[in-house]
Design a protein around this ligand. Structure first.
Ligand code: PM9
Length: 456
């Protein structure tokens, strides 16, 4: 039986499909990098789920109640009590977004040369670890790299490899462990509670701090409820509390499961000394601890968003829509990361375009073609995003070449999903005509946001 979304639409925003010849011009002007397109030239925007969601009427009302005091804002205290309620940690500070939180916390934890080991670090997180002199090490289970393997928790940390890495290098060479929930780079794949417990045991054994990168914590909790034995009867709130009870702290981009357009958080379970150092470091970078780079109204909306996102009916509709698109693509014979993750369908561009080698970026080639076909903007998560080895400058080969169709929260309907699926199916039918790309110009750090490309 179809279970409809637990909300109805109160305001709409018109979107427009510009004609194909115009799309060709716009893409050329954007140097074949879809980050350079104007959003008005995009029909359906699946670039990211970050800050692109729709707020509820309660959140919009909350904006008016925002307290804009520089210090001691009421909205900050509302946010603090909402965070304590949802996560169960004692200390919180806001940040303007996830990378702001990383920028404040990481230098307090990383000594140059130390590793940060996790399942799979996202690009900005990896960049912040490296900018602090650290080394970001991925240690996800091998099933994550096989898109046809139906493992229910492809975001899990490979515990044997983790212990091996720590034993070989010595725990003093490791700054902390960082588990990303859900694991974005592997396809929005969840981490199980039992895996988090095992990572906790490893952290305790070697006396290492364990942090969560919690951008999509609620989607992760939903998968635990649906897929992990023994968790069916637990509420989402109970699962979230259990997940966070295993960590010493977390960073979070609130632009995803905070259900807001801007915001971030650092949470610390109980280490008062670390909290004091975080507060001190926050001031010169993000701002005074009771606003941390956010307006009072942003904090008010986030306080409410955190309560809405742990509603099971919301999560069912959210993950259900991602599953719906995944199923439509599978029915069309399109290879995707299976099972589908929480925030996006990750198309296996390597399998979709076997004639395009990683140096010609199959995920980017597919993103370009999909925009030309239908005005749909998606994003490459593969070798183009991964970049070059910082030491040698050689292009790194990503183990997975993805085109990510990222679904904003509460924004599009399933007829938008049908349109996306039909458009990608049309590209699939003439896939041998799709051309690879080459980089013409690139910055050193996080190149995929601004690099210029050309078709081969
Ligand atoms: N993720 C995403 O689209 C936005 C940037 S790339 C278009 O997936 C994790 C797991 C993320 C993430 C951002 C950040 C950084 C940290 N961890 O974008 O700084 O997925 O709020 O968060 C993006 P901010």
């Amino acid at each position: 039986m179809i279970i409809p979304e637990p909300y109805r639409i109160k305001a709409v925003e018109p979107i427009r499909l510009i004609p194909r010849p115009e799309r060709e011009i716009k893409l050329r002007q954007a140097h074949y990098n879809l980050f350079n397109l104007r959003s008005e030239d995009v029909f359906i925007d699946l670039l990211t789920d970050s800050g692109t969601g729709a707020m509820s009427d309660c959140q919009w009302a909350g904006l008016m109640r925002g307290d804009e005091a520089y210090a001691g804002s009421r909205s900050y205290y509302n946010l603090e009590s909402s965070c304590r309620d949802v996560f169960g940690h004692r200390y919180f500070v806001p940040a303007h977004q996830g990378r702001g939180a990383e920028n404040v916390l990481f230098p307090l934890l990383i000594k140059p040369g130390q590793m940060v080991i996790g399942n799979m670090h996202f690009d900005t997180t990896r960049a912040h670890i490296e900018l602090k002199g650290g080394q970001a090490v991925d240690c996800v289970v091998p099933e994550a790299y096989d898109t046809s393997d139906g493992h229910p928790f492809k975001g899990n940390v490979d515990i044997n490899r983790l212990e091996g890495l720590i034993d070989r290098n010595g725990p003093q060479k490791v700054a902390f462990l960082l588990v990303t929930v859900t694991c974005n780079s592997a396809g929005g794949q969840p981490v199980s509670l039992s895996n988090l417990r095992q990572v906790r045991r490893v952290a305790d054994k070697y006396n290492l701090p364990l942090f969560l990168d919690a951008a999509r914590f609620a989607e992760n909790a939903y998968f635990i409820k649906k897929r992990e034995q023994g968790c069916e009867a637990k509420s989402i709130r109970e699962i979230v509390r259990e997940m966070f009870s295993l960590a010493d702290g977390f960073t979070m981009s609130a632009k995803k499961d905070g259900l807001v357009n801007i915001g971030g958080l650092i949470g610390i379970k109980e280490n008062r000394d670390l909290y004091n150092r975080v507060r001190a470091n926050l001031v010169p970078i993000e701002g005074f601890p009771t606003y941390g780079g956010l307006a009072g109204r942003d904090m008010e909306a986030l306080a409410l968003g955190l309560q809405e996102v742990v509603e099971e009916s919301y999560l069912q509709a959210r993950v259900g829509q991602v599953e719906y698109l995944g199923k439509r693509l599978l029915d069309a014979g399109i290879p995707i990361q299976q099972p589908v993750g929480g925030h996006a369908v990750f198309v296996d561009a390597g399998k979709f375009l076997p004639h395009i080698p990683y140096r010609q970026f199959p995920g980017q080639a597919l993103a370009i073609d999909l925009y030309l076909e239908a005005g749909v903007r998606a994003v490459e998560i593969g070798s183009f995003l991964l970049g070059r080895d910082p030491a040698t400058g050689v292009q790194i080969r990503s183990p997975l070449e993805f085109l990510r169709l990222t679904i904003p929260r509460r924004v599009y309907t399933n007829s938008h999903m049908d349109y996306v699926a039909e458009s990608l199916a049309a590209v699939h039918r003439r896939r041998d005509k799709v051309r690879g790309v080459r980089i013409v110009e690139e910055p050193e750090v996080l190149r995929h946001f601004t690099a210029r490309l050309d078709l081969l």
